[in-house]
Ligand binder design. Structure first.
Ligand SMILES: NC(=O)c1ccc[n+]([C@@H]2O[C@H](COP(=O)([O-])OP(=O)(O)OC[C@H]3O[C@@H](n4cnc5c(N)ncnc54)[C@H](O)[C@@H]3O)[C@@H](O)[C@H]2O)c1
Length: 239
């Protein structure tokens, strides 16, 4: 198979490229590095199974030069519904300063900074490990053309924000204090995808509890925050 991945240097696009490459798919990665990073795909440099093009996909692509493609994954356009609807996903290669709940808590825990919780932490989030999300994308890419979705991909496992912080503190061995801040008005009390369509049409259900994906994610952040200045970025409560 031959696949084009737009946004290949981003968080999800780079993992998707890895997975397709491991499956023997010839991958053509496109990215303009708007928010992506070369280091996410540096391990594929020079690999004959992965050809990378620094290119803005709003501009025409010389498709004839690529030859025939079996599937196109567009992970580059924030507003565009790619056949799937992606819910909170975390894992290695996240930007340490992106303000999402998992990255913020891990970075704060590893730095020994206060862990910031908005409200009393009883609101729940459902956090999907990136390998599970990518597995769903791959199945969607291979699904019958008549099935166009949208289909929800994410984890149905609900964790309170407080429990998420507690687990991360335990797993990192951190002594960070927990600080509580006012809950913003628009912060949802619950974010949980209904993944019944993904289960029935794609045979897809995330494989493990949060702790399973949290371990490699913490390992990644231990290395990643060594490369960034001290002081966490902003924390966006809803993410
Ligand atoms: N990560 C999540 O939890 C999540 C949740 C919901 C939806 N999504 C959606 O999934 C997609 C990928 O998310 P991500 O977390 O990997 O984001 P990301 O920012 O890491 O990846 C997007 C990639 O697209 C590239 N890009 C943007 N505009 C481009 C253009 N015009 N031409 C070429 N490349 C371009 C960026 O440089 C970046 O590498 C996005 O559409 C996002 O909205 C992600």
């Amino acid at each position: 198979m031959r696949a084009l991945v737009a946004g290949a240097a981003g968080f999800l696009g780079s993992h998707l490229s890895d997975r397709l490459h491991d499956d023997g798919v010839e991958v053509f990665g496109f990215d303009n590095f708007d928010s992506g990073r070369h280091q996410n795909i540096a391990h594929l440099d020079g690999d004959p199974g992965f050809r990378f093009f620094e290119h803005d996909i709003t501009q025409p692509i010389a498709a004839a030069e690529l030859g025939p493609l079996d599937v196109i994954f567009n992970m580059a356009c924030p507003a565009s519904p790619f056949a799937v609807r992606i819910f909170n996903t975390y894992g290695p290669r996240m930007d340490p300063e992106d303000g999402r709940i998992v990255s913020s808590f891990i970075v704060q825990a590893l730095r020994g900074e206060p862990i910031t919780i908005f409200g009393d932490g009883s609101q729940t989030r459902s956090l999907c490990y990136v390998d599970d999300l990518v597995g769903g994308l791959v199945r969607m890419g291979a699904s019958e053309p008549a099935f166009t979705g949208p289909v929800n991909l994410g984890s149905p496992e609900e964790l309170t924000v407080l429990d998420t912080a507690r687990i991360i503190k335990e797993m990192t061995g951190s002594r960070s204090p927990t600080v509580f801040k006012d809950l913003p008005q628009d912060d949802p009390m619950k974010r949980k995808p209904d993944i019944s369509l993904a289960e029935s049409k794609l045979g897809r259900r995330p494989k493990g509890p949060f702790t399973k994906g949290a371990a490699p994610t913490i390992d990644y952040f231990r290395g990643a925050i060594g490369e960034t200045p001290t002081g966490s970025g902003p924390v966006f409560p809803g993410r």
